[in-house]
Design a protein around this ligand. Structure first.
Ligand code: A3P
Length: 296
């Protein structure tokens, strides 16, 4: 048996009002008391919204030119620690973050806005949030839960759609997550709210927005190099960004870098399912000013 087959699937339980698994709550005290530094940059997302993509973009912007070795030897999940994660294969996210010697520290989180450690707000840290339309986010999460033994069993497609609508998947309801962070953005100016669909449509344009938010005056040629380096096919081939080094993921079931497209939901939802989902979506998002694109 491979390591991934020996790991039992974790149970899902309610934690601070959201669905969680122990890998993200075991280290809770250290997560809540985490000491952010003023130049830390937090990359916040609902799972499967483009976390790795934006993490890699920021890593290249800050460290791409200075540490070629980092680019060939350190996988993205060690460069950008996952704050709330504890697992049997890696030091915890807080330990990895505390050990980082480079600055700024890039730190990833999937926490809903109300659970983010208060020190990030006290230090007025810059935050890059990425959101992805619900249907593609759901599809991507479904395949991720199928292949990742560190996640609860996905079950069949129909039941997964129900679980997503009920928010009974890890990190809770997508609806509250994207809206909570969107509301925060209206009050907290150091937050850049990006959309996966915009990144797919025009990565260069979004790269400009990111640079301007971060106050970076990266050279034109360097930006062009980054834009090429973060294309889906390039990242899929790169062992430092494609998660092929993670033992709990079974790429025979589904690769981490799966499709990277907008609109793959059309290959999954039946017509009836789509109608039901959209009806529920309209109710959940009735009071929201957020608008997503489900196709380009
Ligand atoms: P799909 O499953 O739809 O392919 P996260 O990093 O938050 O876990 O998100 C993973 C999703 O982002 C996957 O979506 C993955 O393929 C997609 N992704 C990662 N890098 C990408 C890139 N450079 N271009 C387009 N999509 C990318």
């Amino acid at each position: 048996l491979g390591e991934e087959q020996m790991l039992p699937r974790p149970d899902i339980f309610d934690f601070e009002g959201i669905s969680m698994i122990h890998y993200f709550t075991d280290n809770w005290e250290k997560v809540q008391s985490f000491q952010a530094r003023p130049d830390d940059i937090l990359i916040a997302t609902y799972p499967k919204a483009g976390t790795t993509w934006v993490s890699y973009i920021l890593d290249l912007l800050y460290f791409g030119q200075h540490s070629p070795e980092r680019q060939t030897s350190l996988p993205i999940y060690e460069r950008v620690p996952f704050l709330e994660l504890t697992n049997p294969f890696l030091p915890s996210g807080t330990e990895l973050a505390d050990k980082l010697t480079t600055s700024p520290r890039l730190i990833k989180t999937h926490l809903p806005v109300q659970l983010v450690p208060k020190s990030f707000w006290e230090q007025n840290c810059r935050i890059v949030y990425v959101a992805r339309n619900a249907k593609d986010n759901l599809v991507s999460y479904f395949h991720f839960d199928r292949m990742n033994m560190g996640q609860p069993e996905a079950g069949d497609w129909n039941s997964y759609v129900e679980k997503f609508m009920d928010g009974k998947i890890v990190f809770g309801p997508w609806y509250d997550h994207v809206n909570g962070w969107w509301e925060k953005k209206q009050r907290y100016s150091n937050l850049l709210y990006l959309f996966f669909e915009d990144l797919v449509e025009d990565t260069g344009r979004e790269l400009e927005r990111i640079c301007s938010f971060l106050g970076l005056s990266t050279a034109v040629e360097e930006k062009e190099r980054i834009r090429e380096g973060v294309q889906f096919d390039t990242m899929k081939k790169n062992p430092m960004t494609n998660y092929s080094t993670v033992p709990v993921m079974d790429f025979k079931i589904s690769p981490f870098m799966r499709k990277g497209r907008v609109g793959d939901w059309k290959n999954h939802f039946t017509v009836a399912q789509n109608e039901m989902f959209e009806e529920h979506y309209r109710r959940k998002m009735r009071n929201s000013t957020l608008a997503f694109r489900t196709e380009l």
